[in-house]
Design a protein around this ligand. Structure first.
Ligand code: MN
Length: 495
């Protein structure tokens, strides 16, 4: 990922004289230096000269748009800044925009305040003028209000920065399909042309055997080295299989990992889909191999699900560098626990869950797969961490996309599941099992999700809004009547 920066642009006007403008610039400098030094933002702020004239504002947005390292523009109205001067610039802006509605001083200086002070520090006034023009122009921006030293405010700016990276990276995302969608499955399908128009995703199909050639080209020594690495890093559970035979099965996955990775790198793809029913010359369904690639940051979708693959990739980028990150993966709603008071959804897949979710050391197991026609695939088995997370499903409704965003609480399953040879997570959706599940079903959410412990509903909702697509949120504030109204409104608004 690039070393992204965020531009900090302060709006003002020349009505209050040079002295005032000098102080505006000084204040902005203090703020940017202090916020950068705090280490609480994932990306640095870059201070730009104070913006006064329409020409200068337009030039600044043009430069921001052309700058590959600029992932977003943060604007602050220190004084009043007549908003007609912003129209031309905002019109050409292509970067995510945040309106930081703050002011330099935290407290009104009761003893000394005079008209000069008030004219110089009138964000309350200028921010409204600026907000008005953005609303009138129908432009999406994030608004964060509060004092700039408040850790809560900085934390919200930091979260938005990650959303902004998800937005700018979206336009560069390339998904490799080495198989079509599973026959007759509806929810993993979608309009790839529209996805490129809306999100910028390039979704390409390649014959599976083109990538199999790369797998076959991997040197034995490289495979052996990677197998040794696996044995170092993971537990090994033989399940009664001979050690040599087990190792040979694991080696098949190591070879797939290396071959796939070289193909992805050479052809510049960031996400991949497979399909258990279309494996060409592959000896096993890629399991362990895909799990490892996901951990390295690649997106993945099973059964040809390119929308989930793209979302997993974006969410991995959005969470890159998060302190004490807990993980991001594709998951699938598989089976329920419906015991009153213990309701939840067991999340799993045939094989391919990212080990970044693992609580403890994953184990390699090699057991038969009930689907497909290849030899027993090696895979990593583990249970996932506990705590809150966000699960999203991007669906194509024929005329538009909808992102369903659900807040979930991951829990430990009551008992071990020794006969289940796949990685699992277990969660209860917010606000409660019944409401969360019914809302998801009504919204048309898929069985595949892109899931992260390290992102919030707000971040994903902002991403959807910036992308211009409908979002349906299921969180602790959700009730079904509201969900139904949201769905109707979405139908009217996003037609
Ligand atoms: Mn599936």
């Amino acid at each position: 990922m690039k070393n992204y920066q965020f531009w900090f642009c302060v709006g003002s006007q020349d009505l209050y004289g040079e002295e005032c403008l000098t102080r505006v610039a000084e204040h902005a400098k203090v703020m940017v230096e202090e916020i950068n030094a705090s280490g609480n933002l994932p990306f640095p702020l870059v201070l730009k000269p104070v913006l006064i004239s329409a020409g200068h504002i337009q030039k600044t947005f043009a430069e921001a748009s052309a700058d590959d390292l600029c992932a977003g523009v943060i604007t602050w109205m220190h004084t009043f800044s007549p908003a007609k001067s912003w129209i031309a610039g905002l019109k050409i802006n292509t970067k995510p925009l945040l309106h930081l509605h703050t002011q330099f001083n935290e407290e009104i200086p009761y003893d000394t305040i005079d008209m000069d002070f008030m004219n110089e520090n009138q964000s309350a006034h200028g921010g409204r003028e600026y907000g008005h023009i953005l609303t009138r122009m129908g432009l999406f921006r994030k608004v964060v209000a509060g004092h700039w030293r408040d850790p809560q405010v900085i934390s919200r700016v930091a979260s938005w920065m990650r959303t902004a990276v998800g937005v700018v990276e979206s336009s560069k995302l390339r998904v490799l399909r080495i198989a079509d969608n599973m026959r007759n499955v509806a929810v993993t399908e979608g309009d790839k042309v529209e996805a490129q128009v809306k999100f910028g995703w390039e979704v390409d199909a390649w014959p599976v055997n083109d990538i199999v050639d790369y797998v076959n080209d991997v040197k034995k020594a490289d495979v052996d080295a990677l197998v040794s690495e696996y044995y170092q890093e993971y537990e090994v559970i033989l399940d009664g299989r001979g050690e040599e035979d087990f190792r040979r099965h694991v080696a098949v996955q190591a070879q797939i990992e290396l071959g796939f990775e070289r193909f992805l790198k050479e052809k510049n793809y960031h996400a991949i889909v497979t399909h258990f029913d279309d494996l060409g010359g592959l000896q096993q369904l890629p399991g362990l191999a895909i799990q490892r690639l996901m951990q390295k940051g690649y997106g993945f979708g099973a059964e040809g699900d390119w929308k989930t693959a793209a979302m997993v990739r974006l969410m991995k980028l959005m969470t890159q560098g998060v302190k004490d990150a807990k993980g991001t993966s594709m998951l699938e709603d598989y089976t329920y626990n419906l015991v009153p008071g213990k309701e939840g959804i067991l999340q799993a897949h045939m094989l391919e869950i990212c080990p970044s979710l693992a609580s403890g050391k994953p184990a390699i197991r090699c057991l038969p797969l009930s689907m497909g026609s290849r030899e027993d695939p090696a895979r990593l088995v583990f249970t996932s961490k506990t705590g809150p997370g966000v699960a999203v499903s991007l669906i194509d409704l024929g005329t538009r996309f909808r992102l369903i965003i659900a807040e979930v609480e991951c829990k430990k399953v009551e008992k071990p599941m020794p006969n289940l040879p796949v990685a699992t997570a277990f969660w209860t959706p917010q606000p409660d099992f019944t409401t969360g599940v019914e809302a998801w079903i009504l919204a048309g959410g898929a069985h595949h999700t892109a899931f992260s412990y390290d992102l919030s509903v707000e971040q994903m909702a902002d991403w959807a809004e910036q992308m211009g697509i409908e979002a349906l949120i299921i969180d602790r504030n959700t009730n079904l009547r509201q969900v139904k109204q949201d769905l109707m409104l979405g139908q009217a608004f996003y037609r």
